[in-house]
Write a protein that binds this ligand. Structure first.
Ligand code: ATP
Ligand code: MG
Length: 350
């Protein structure tokens, strides 16, 4: 039975999508899409947002638009079920952002922990930060509310963004009338390892901007090379040494990707991940063996994605046409919300 849920998520076209996106959000989206328990599901490519910190590199954003669209199709997002659209094609979002700007203070934006981290990561210093980047949480509130989204399945880094959106909605409704805009709920991954998948270098977050990613489109050889050089436990020098699981990226990835049937198929010496972890912690288990196992599991997940991508790559104009149609549908929905917003604000003068 379809419910009243409106699901919405997006990704920045700043690079191809990686396995952090997959476990943090994409896998969940496809699952929700296929279960069909929603009124509508939207997925968008945030090209305008990507420009906020790529002003000198618009070509990168333009090229990655198609890469992200290909990643979507290859993981199983289906344009027959999900409205897939391009943010810049929905001018209503700018209008809504314009109204929202009055409801947020500079100090509130400065307190947003995700923005703080991202400012650091990008090396913007002092007040040299582009205004558009600084205010992107506001435009993100417009991205969500323009579609009356009720559920947003994203990674943990987006939590402060959703909180900020809810504050804006409450303020707006308080001033212009309860029920005008909808407060969204964040849907986080239920597996702790997927909340914020670390990079292959062991750094806190796998991120396109940090170059520590395993991409969905990596070849089998690239995947293997990255897995084999992954960060593990620097104190685990000899095979017989006891190893540490905490902060050991290989085990975090196993937490995110492995299932008991993987053991039966690829490593029957162990029943499950707990047994493997126990052996590693006891000592006597080398990193290479664990990495080979992880590689098999990732290859099982990524091989079909890679194959589907190849098929879609054969007809790029069809992919653009899919985005055009999706953007048209999305724009109708945003326009209806903006009519309602203008009416609530009593600026529908004529
Ligand atoms: P950028 O560095 O350009 O910000 P990104 O890799 O952080 O790129 P986004 O496009 O900002 O990717 O994020 C898209 C979605 O993927 C969001 O829902 C975000 O929470 C999720 N996500 C991104 N990286 C990870 C990760 N390492 N682990 C879990 N979820 C992630
Ligand atoms: Mg990001």
């Amino acid at each position: 039975m379809a419910s009243d849920k409106i699901i919405l998520t997006g990704d920045r076209p700043t690079g191809r999508l990686h396995i952090g996106h997959y476990v943090g959000s994409l896998r969940r989206r496809v699952q929700i899409q296929d279960e069909g328990d929603y009124k509508r599901m939207y997925v968008f490519i945030a090209d305008a947002q990507a420009l906020t910190d790529n002003v000198d590199n618009p070509e990168k954003v333009r090229q990655n638009l198609i890469e992200v669209a290909l990643d979507y199709l290859s993981v199983g997002l289906d344009p027959e079920k999900t409205v897939i659209y391009v943010q810049s094609q929905i001018p209503e979002l700018c209008e809504l952002t314009f109204y929202f700007m009055n409801m947020v203070t500079v100090s509130r934006l400065q307190r947003n922990p995700t923005v703080k981290t991202e400012i650091q990561m990008r090396g913007f210093s002092g007040e040299s930060i582009p205004v558009g980047f600084f205010t992107y949480p506001i435009s993100q509130a417009a991205d969500i509310t323009a579609f009356d989204a009720t559920h947003v399945p994203v990674g943990e880094d987006q939590k402060p963004m959703l909180e900020q959106t809810c504050e804006i909605v409450r303020r707006f409704n308080n001033i212009y009338g309860e029920g005008t805009l909808t407060e969204p709920k964040i849907v986080l991954p239920d597996n702790a390892a997927c909340l914020r998948l670390p990079g292959t270098d062991g750094k806190a977050k796998m991120s396109k901007s940090l170059g520590n990613c395993i991409y969905l489109s990596d070849t089998a050889q690239e995947l293997k090379k990255k897995v084999m050089s992954m960060y593990t436990d620097p104190l685990h020098i000899h095979v017989e040494d006891p190893g540490h699981i905490e902060g050991n990226t290989v085990f975090t990835y196993l937490d995110a990707f492995s299932r008991p049937d993987h053991f039966a198929e690829y490593w029957p010496e162990y029943q499950n991940l707990d047994e493997l972890k126990e052996h590693y912690q006891r000592g006597g288990l080398g990193d290479m063996k664990v990495k080979k196992f992880l590689n098999k599991i990732l290859e099982e997940t990524l091989a079909p994605v890679r194959e589907r991508r190849k098929e879609y790559e054969q007809d790029i104009p069809a992919v653009y046409e899919m985005l055009r149609k999706g953007s048209e549908t999305a724009r109708e929905a945003a326009a209806a919300t903006l009519d309602r917003v203008r009416h609530a604000m009593k600026i529908d003068y004529f």
